[in-house]
Design a binder for this molecule. Structure first.
Ligand code: UDX
Length: 451
């Protein structure tokens, strides 16, 4: 493999993210990184959830797949939650011709090295093949999730999704003993999502290589499995350490709380945020409110508009909440918040970006997963990395308050926080010349140059 990292600016990479915050962020971080290494960048995107292009004057944007506002196939699709799979499925089924046409145009005008797409855009593999264009895959979750997702039919055959006996929920998962059966059930991945997952895995394995938002020292066993079982090269790049995701935010970020945060003592504030798509009902919302109050800790809580089902924003607060101890914002520059010295813990839904941003900043976690990869991330966070508490029994104010106090106040919390800081330290070493993360980026650039 050639090993030169500086390339003439005219070589172009076309990147195509899935149009959701948790996928747009890592793809645009990767785009910035590739640009910093000398490549020209074109971003293909749907009009749905389009990022703020003015934040990227150095990129070319092309909008595809949903340009016709009268096409009812996508104008009626759900915007939130697991319903987003319907959009992904639809475009995977009907997007090939339009993508091919767009790529043919690009290839006729420019010197394109490769296409990088989200792993869930599996329809892009055959299009890229038909144009002899190498396709790299960006996988926006952990390495350890990949073989788990590839085993959903096995879990189905084992009857995990039909269990009526609660006792089985605590059992270890076949092939993945770190996980409990209830973690698998919580993914929500039953048969209807099975084809999306198996296609995602199959077409990732047929690509020219996979880029992961992670680092070796965090996922040694996961990496061993991937290197053994996946026939294409893998590159592990910890994106948040290279670029923040602030510029790809799909919502306006509130910064007005920073003077308040600056006044808080180091390690004294719990940052609370449950990502860009998850929703709670009113009962769960009140458990969160009371859990926070009962923990007696200072908190900064991101409540996204639409987070509480059926409400627009803050109608459901009990009188007097949040009071002196709390600040509520509707969206925040999360990485900057996690890096702030006042933050002592992150109560998260365990989306991979949030989990990984917390790891990158050495912040201990409390985790309340909803679905998808989140329960698996929560399990690793608590049982493997031991850098936080997994609230595995749902939303209950007493358990919430105890978990927050365990991390923030109790003796156990000191060790938990120490382990979180150690992981950050390992990552920093890995990024230094000669470290795995440093070398992985170098070899990705060399690999792209070899196309
Ligand atoms: C989804 C899935 O839930 C997640 O599990 C999967 O790995 C990727 O897609 P999401 O639920 O939004 O993503 O969670 P997460 O992966 O944590 O991504 C949220 C992103 O929004 C993070 O990069 C975070 O920094 C950002 N964010 C969140 C903000 O910029 N401001 C906020 O106030 C909250």
């Amino acid at each position: 493999m050639e090993n030169h990292t500086v390339v003439p600016r005219h070589r172009r990479i076309i990147l195509f993210p899935l149009p959701y915050q948790g996928h747009v962020n890592p793809m645009l971080q990767l785009a910035n990184l590739l640009y910093s290494k000398g490549f020209s960048i074109t971003i293909l995107h749907t009009n749905f959830n389009k990022p703020k292009t003015s934040n990227y004057p150095h990129f070319t944007f092309k909008f595809i797949l949903d340009n016709d506002p009268h096409d009812e196939r996508y104008s009626k699709l759900p915007l939130q939650g697991m319903g987003s799979f319907a959009r992904v499925l639809l475009f995977n089924e009907c997007g090939a011709d339009e993508l091919r046409h767009q790529l043919e145009l690009e290839l006729s005008e420019k010197d394109v090295s490769c296409l990088v797409t989200d792993a869930y855009w599996y329809f892009t593999q055959s299009v890229a093949d038909s144009l002899s264009l190498p396709r790299l895959v960006l996988r926006t979750t952990s390495l350890f999730c990949f073989p788990v997702f590839g085993s959903i039919s096995l879990f189905h055959d084992l009857g995990y999704f039909n269990l009526s006996d609660n006792a089985n929920m605590e059992e270890q998962v076949v092939k993945f003993p770190v996980l409990k059966v209830k973690d698998i059930i919580k993914t929500g991945f039953k048969l209807q999502t099975n084809s999306i997952l198996s296609n995602m895995v199959k077409h990732s394995e047929a690509s020219s290589g996979i880029i992961w938002n992670s680092f070796k020292e965090l996922e040694e066993p996961g990496l061993e499995t991937i290197l053994r079982d996946i026939p294409v090269p893998s590159f592990l790049i910890p994106f948040p350490k290279h670029f923040t995701s602030a510029s790809s935010s799909l919502l306006e970020q509130d910064r007005t709380f920073f003077p308040w945060l600056d006044k808080q003592a180091p390690n004294s504030v719990v940052y609370v945020s449950f990502g860009s798509v998850s929703q709670v009902d009113e009962r769960q919302f009140l458990e969160i409110v009371h859990g926070l109050v009962n923990s007696e800790q200072t908190f900064l809580w991101v409540i996204r508009p639409g987070f509480v089902e059926g409400s627009t924003w803050l109608e459901s607060f009990p009188d007097g909440f949040p009071g002196e101890r709390g600040r509520i914002v509707n969206w925040a520059p999360q990485q900057e918040v996690l890096a702030h010295e006042a933050i002592g813990a992150f109560w998260t839904h365990g989306g991979w970006n949030s989990t990984f941003e917390s790891v990158c900043e050495g912040v201990a976690m409390i985790c309340s997963p909803f679905y998808g990869d989140q329960p698996l991330n929560a399990r690793y966070m608590s049982d493997v990395w031991k850098m936080g508490v997994y609230l595995e029994n749902g939303w209950e104010r007493g358990e919430i308050a105890n978990a927050i106090r365990k991390v923030m106040v109790n003796e156990d919390g000191k060790e938990i926080k120490e382990r979180a800081r150690n992981l950050k330290q390992k990552l920093n070493v890995s990024l230094m010349e000669g470290g795995y993360s440093y070398e992985s980026l170098e070899s990705l650039i060399a690999y792209i140059n070899s196309f």
